[in-house]
Design a protein around this ligand. Structure first.
Ligand code: PEP
Length: 257
């Protein structure tokens, strides 16, 4: 065992309205038991419109499922039409905020500089960022996945003090593996996750790097999760498609079985 509690997080993306979200959390809550929550931290990332309903359910029934948002504004308030602030999300008791998901980087041109501002926004409001990094297919083919991903990491962590960085979650998500059914091999995942931990040790300290959880994301399913989790520097998964099927997500949480 690695001394870090694995984090299995479901990124629902633009799926599940608030009624569907409640039904889905109820299914997870019905299936999961204290034994599961002792071994693994479980989190869901609904759409903004479902966060209030999910909060009410989880709070009201004292469920041990954590939740968070898929994005956060870099700004705290003001004339930013369509954006949602960190204070709004922390008021909903979000534990996590995904920052820099590849779909945000691709379709909304999010840069490392903006991700850095969003990481700061998350911490300003007492939430934990799940910072996504990872290379596209062209960079993988050129064998540049490690320097490219470490560049994203450093750019997104600029001026983040150790007291904050020690709680961050990094999700290594090779873009070519997201939603494609093409999962990285455990060795591919380990190569980059190990390099991420190494860079955290250089940027901060080996002690801090040892605490940080690094997830793998990209076509994780119940059938491939165990081999990936067996890697020394993989501490969980950020799960897209497979998280929309409650039974499948529960199997992912129970990756040790
Ligand atoms: C994701 O979007 O974070 C992801 C990993 O998606 P999928 O599991 O569907 O590849």
């Amino acid at each position: 065992e690695k001394g870090r509690t694995p984090l299995m997080a479901g990124n629902w993306k633009m799926n599940l309205n608030h009624l569907e979200a409640i039904a889905h959390v109820q299914k997870l809550a019905f299936a999961l038991s204290d034994k599961d929550y002792e071994a693994v931290e479980v989190a869901v990332m609904p759409a903004f419109t479902a966060l209030r309903s999910v909060q009410t359910l989880i709070d009201g029934d004292k469920l041990k499922i954590k939740y968070g948002a898929q994005d956060v504004s870099a700004h705290d308030s003001g004339a930013y039409t369509g954006e949602v602030s960190g204070s709004m999300l922390s008021k909903l008791k979000c534990t996590y905020v995904i920052v820099g998901h590849s779909e945000r980087r691709q379709y909304h041109a999010e840069t490392d500089e903006l991700c850095n501002a969003k990481v700061k926004a998350a911490y300003r409001h007492g939430m934990t960022p799940i910072l996504c990094v990872g290379e596209g297919l062209d960079i993988r083919k050129a064998g540049q996945q490690v320097p490219y991903t470490l560049g994203q990491l450093e750019g997104s962590l600029k001026d983040i003090p150790a007291e904050q960085a020690e709680s961050i979650v990094i999700a290594y998500e090779p873009v070519w593996a997201i939603g494609t059914g093409e999962v990285a091999t455990p060795e591919d995942a380990q190569e980059v996750c190990g390099a991420i931990r190494g860079r955290l040790a250089e940027l901060y300290s080996p002690e801090l790097a040892d605490k940080v959880r690094i997830q793998y994301g990209g076509s994780v399913k119940s059938g491939n999760v165990a081999a990936i989790m067996a890697q020394p520097d993989v501490d969980g998964a950020l799960v897209g498609g497979a998280a929309l099927d409650a039974d499948e997500f529960v199997k992912i949480v129970r990756f040790r079985d």
